[in-house]
Each structure stands twice: as C-alpha cells, then as structure tokens.
Design a protein. Sequence first.
Length: 610
Amino acid sequence: MAPQPAADPAAADPAADKAGRAGTAATGTEAGRVLTAAIRHSAGRATAICLLATASAAATIALPAALGHTLDLALNGAGEAARWTALCALLVAAEVLLDAVSAHLTGTTDARSTAWLRRRGLEHLLAVGPRRAARFDHGDLVTRLSGNAAEAGGAPAAAATTVSSLITPLGALAALVLVDPWLAAAFCAGVPLLVLLLRAFARGSSDSVSRYQRVQGEIAARLVEALAGARTLAAAGTADRERARILAPLPELAAQGRRMWQVYGQAMVGGGVLVPLLTIAVLAVGGVRLAAGELSVGELLAASRYAALAAGVGAVTGRLGALVRSRAAARRVGELLAVPPVAYGRRALPPDGTGRLELRGVTAVRGGREVLRDVDLVVPGGTTMAVVGRSGSGKSTLAALAGRLADPDEGRVLLDGVPLDGLGPAELRREVGYAFERPALFGRTVGEAVAFGSHDPGPAAVEDAARAASADAFVRRLPAGYGTGLADAPLSGGEFQRLGLARAFAHAGRLLVLDDATSSLDSVTELQVSRALTGRVRAGTRLLIAHRVSSAARADLVAWLEDGRVRAVGPHEALWELPDYRAVFAAGGDPEDREEPRVPEARAAAEERR
C-alpha cells in the first residue's frame, strides 16, 4: 500500500463509511461477481477441465457395463471375451490418464486464477486510496489477498469438476435403468435421503467456513499489529499478555474448525450408511431377478457397480465443499472489491500555475466527529505555509485533503483554480508531493527508495535531492552508497525521515505537503533542510504541518487551527503576540520549543527567511 499520513490514525474517508455499508449490503452479490469473473478469466482452462472430467466420467460409466458383458462372455465360453477384456483395460487406462491430465490442468488453473485474483484485489486496494482502505486491518487485508484469494481462485476448476461429478451419479442411474428398471426403482427409493444429506452438508459448511475465515482474518490482524509494535512489547515486558490477546479468538477458530469437520463427518457417515443400504437393496432385487432368469450374472455385477456410483456422496460432497469454501472466500474478497475506487477527472492544471491552494467551505468527518468544519483557506502560490494547532485540531486531515489522499464531506479543494477531484491521477501525483513523519520506503536499494515515485528522476536528481535533505553524507558512508540494500542499511529514525524527505524533494511538483516530516531531525539538520527547501528544491507551494516554533517561524505564513476551524492566518511573529497562540507550542512539541529564550532565535530565523 501507499504510505499513509502520519497522524489522525483513526480518521477514515467519509466515503469509506458509506462504502462500508454498501459493501456489507452487497456482499452476497459481490461474491457472485468475484466467482463469475474468476470463471470467465479461466473459461478456456475450466472448459478443458470439464471436458476431461466428463470424458473420465464417461469411461467410468462405460466400464461396469463392459466388465459385466465380459463376465457373461467368459461364463458362456465365447471367443469375444479376450477382445472385451482388452476394451476394459483400455477404459481403465483412459480413466487414469484423463484424471492425471485433469489434475495437472486443475493445479495450473488454480494457480493462474489465484494470481489474477490477487493482482486484481491489490490493484483495487491501491485504487481505493489509503483512507477508504483504512476500514480493513492490515492483517485482515493480507488474509483476504492471500488465503481467501487462493480459495476463491479455485472456483473455476471446482465448478468444472462439480459439473462433471454430477455426470457420474446421473449417468450411473441412467445406466441402471437400462440394465433393469426394477433395480433403478429400488435405488430411487433412497434418493430423497441422499438429497437431504447433501443439502444439510452445503448449508452447514457455508456458515462454519464463513465464520472460520472471519476469525482467521481477526487473528492475522492482531498478529500484524503486534509485530509492528514488537519493540514496545519487548520493552514493556508484555509479550505474554500480547500473545494471549492475539490468540484470544483461537477457541472460536477451533470451534468453527470442529464444526466444519463435524458437518463433513456427518455427511460421510450418512453416506457410509446410506450407500451400502442402497447397494444391498439393488443387489437384493437383482438376486431375485437373477433367480427368475431375467438378469445375467454380468448384468448384476454392472448393476451393483452402478448403484455405488449413483450413490457417490463422497465425490459430490468433496466438490460441494470446495465450492462452499470458494464462495465464502469470494465473499471476503468481494467485501474489499465492493469499496468504490477514487474517481478522477480529466482536467489539466494550467501550465503557468504557481501552485495556489484553496480550501472552500471544507468539512471533514472522521469517526462520527467533525475534524474540520467549514474551513476556508488560501495558500498563495510559491509560498510556504505552516499549519499549527493542538493535537486533534485537524492538521493531518487538512494535509490529506490538500493532496487528495482523502476527500472532504463538504466543500472543495482547488489547485491553481482546478478542483482536485477533476484532475487525472497522473497529473495529480506528478504535481502534488508528500513527505510523512514515518515514511515507508520502497525499492531494493537506498537509491531506488529515493527515486520511487510517479517517474524516475534519474541518479543525478536523486543525489541532489538527498543533499537537499541532508541525507547524502550518511548515504555515502554506507557500504555501497546509494546501491546499498535497504535491508542492509542501519538507519536511525532521523535518517529514515531524511530519505523520505529526499524522495519528496526528488519528485517535487507545484505543491509539496510535509506532514510533520521533520519531527525526527535535530535543530541544525532541520535548519539545513529548511534552507534547501527554499533554495535547492523545485520552486512551488509548501504546506508544512508544524509542531516546532522554529518551523513555524521559517514559514511565510501560519494557519492556526483550533477545534477544526481556522482561527487565524498570518506571519508567525505577528501571531506570537497572542498568548493562546504561544500556548499551542507550550502544550505540545519538543521541550526546547516551549522555552521563551528560543523566541529571539525563531524571529532571527524569520528574518533570515525574508
């Protein structure tokens, strides 16, 4: 997934709540769509599997008749018995070969369908954006895109083999009618019990499998959360407590697993009792018919085999079980696909634009609370504006809206007079860049991590951006410099943050949003980065989420947020005369920023900026 804004973790896109309700209501429909799409994607291979399985079923159905006729010929001493024996051997060989080819094709179809479904799910997840995807826990997403996608990907082959698996009992029943209608009548007396058995299995399996997969996702979500905070858990000495929390749903998982096996076991036990009874009934009637001279020994042999095939609950139950698991998994994948992707327009920004950012009547709701309320704010093109406020005032939500990582509930956000939702994705991401408090680095090497973005800026631009972010010096001290693998680079929190800044600088457009992106830097490094931001990075508008006095002082303007509203906009030195404004920095930020003696230094920074 793309990197997410640093703060406001509980925030979710307003459309996400609506999407969640709509997705829940349409879960069953979406599951059907997922299965249909998977079957269409593998239609050719599924058809081949169905044809192979059908041919194997035909050989299976033909074999008892051939065996019975061969036995009658052998008992009568006919010379054609050897030829029919060869035919029986050929049918057995054909059945084995067809089953082998079908099994191989089934495996490749499952793999291809799963890969396609995972790719589709991942592309959709990235298309919905970080805010709408926030309704799913990370571990749950991994479960949906891995295990659930694999089970749903098995649907094409499962559907193909299920169709063919029905051919065997139906064909065996038809063959039994041809052998002797009385034998077929004896068998049909127990068919209603078979139907009830299969129906109960399908219903019981569907519910238990769905619950089992849901609990699996819950455990995975807790595990991923614990792994992300492994150092904190180790330092707090709460590993045992956290292990208990992660495994708390395990009893329910075990209960649903036992329930699945109980349902399957009941079906198999029922089949194990019913099938012999039906076979015995057919043999009993067949014995009477044989004694009356109306049935041959070979026909009785064929009839007994057809009765067993017609009552083949095991094969049908296995196929139904696979379909039930596929549908339950497709339901979970469908919940993800039901979240609507972010819609984009086709408008382009004016070529002579300066990066003027406007928020008009913007209201944003997060978790049922108005984080921003009727915000009107203008950031003049080419200026640096710092956004300050107490924790929870809506700073990071405003930063997310400024670059359309989220959409407002009400109001509009415009860049150079063009609404952000009217821009195409390529233009939006080319002209609006982000740097986060906790950047996520992608790529095999440090150089690739800095170059990662909508376009490759080239090695020279990467190194220049790293120098602007005060990262070039420590990168060159790494074993292979910019070619050092990310996994092999021992980076501190500040160095990690500087690489995130370098990536943003390398892709800077007309608007650059820094969401507390210098919080881990010391004062000297922050000053160096601030100077480079105005002198070495592509000119444009800067929106800076600030917690330090020095950061606000170096900005051209400061937007002061309070309770989701813009309380004031102006130069830092002018706002500093207000006690409530000074209290914002006293309530949060680094201790050094709360000291009054630093005010002259902050003013000096403002003078330097001018």
